[in-house]
Ligand binder design. Structure first.
Ligand code: GTP
Ligand code: MG
Length: 200
């Protein structure tokens, strides 16, 4: 799929305020600092369309990017950022649950996982949560340029090993590097296929 056009459509506080045009959307979620914004920039071939920061917790609301006037990529605020107050955390939980349960135009969610790490409880719990909410999702492992191929493979296998406890069918996954642009074509093909199936 070629990226012909990209437009920032807005930053929204909740599902109700997000676009109501019914276009399908692909959402990116994961631990704060895992590389959601970087991945979106990489996919769209834009250097800094989405703001990236070393400081976790940069993305606070639902950010909508209209692609090829056909679908949205949605940058969601990350989970697991330690330096937020209890009330901010609650606010995030309400917004995210509301988004995933009520948003009918979600075509697929990409849950990002740092491939450098062995399975983290917070990620596993979120994967299971997505399952409970019955949201279509895939896993995207990030920052593969930071580890050897064998370490990346090992951490992916370990993640699936944990998932096998609760999942009968394992989710599709892609290993990526925003830095090296690895996994870009693969993810764009995934998006394209889902779009074709949704609109037929
Ligand atoms: P929040 O919005 O705070 O939740 O973070 P985020 O998930 O959007 O992460 P972001 O894209 O802002 O990236 C966080 C940091 O990781 C930045 O310093 C990025 O440059 C770095 N980073 C992201 N992806 C990669 C990657 O593939 N390789 C390397 N080496 N660094 C990356
Ligand atoms: Mg971000």
């Amino acid at each position: 799929m070629n990226i012909k056009s990209v437009a920032f459509r807005g930053s929204f506080k909740n599902n109700e305020q997000a676009p109501a045009d019914g276009l399908y959307e692909f959402a990116f979620i994961g631990r704060s600092n895992v590389g959601k914004s970087s991945l979106i920039n990489m996919l769209l071939n834009r250097k800094d369309l989405v703001r990236i920061s070393n400081k976790p917790g940069k993305t606070q609301s639902l950010n909508y990017f209209l692609v090829n006037q056909q679908f949205y990529l949605v940058d969601l605020p990350g989970y697991g950022y330690a330096r937020v107050s209890k009330s901010e955390r609650k606010e995030w939980e309400v917004m995210i649950e509301n988004y995933f349960r009520k948003r009918t135009s979600i075509a697929c969610v990409f849950q990002l996982i740092d491939v450098r790490l062995e399975p983290q409880r917070i990620d596993i719990e979120f994967t299971n949560q997505l399952g409970e909410w019955n949201v279509p999702f895939q896993l995207v492992f990030t920052k593969s340029d930071k580890v050897s191929r064998s370490d990346a493979f090992r951490n992916v296998q370990l993640y699936f090993q944990v998932l096998r406890d609760t999942w009968a069918v394992l989710p599709h996954h892609t290993v990526t590097s925003a830095e090296k642009k690895n996994g870009r074509e693969e993810l764009l093909v995934v998006i394209e296929h889902i779009m074709v199936n949704q609109t037929n």
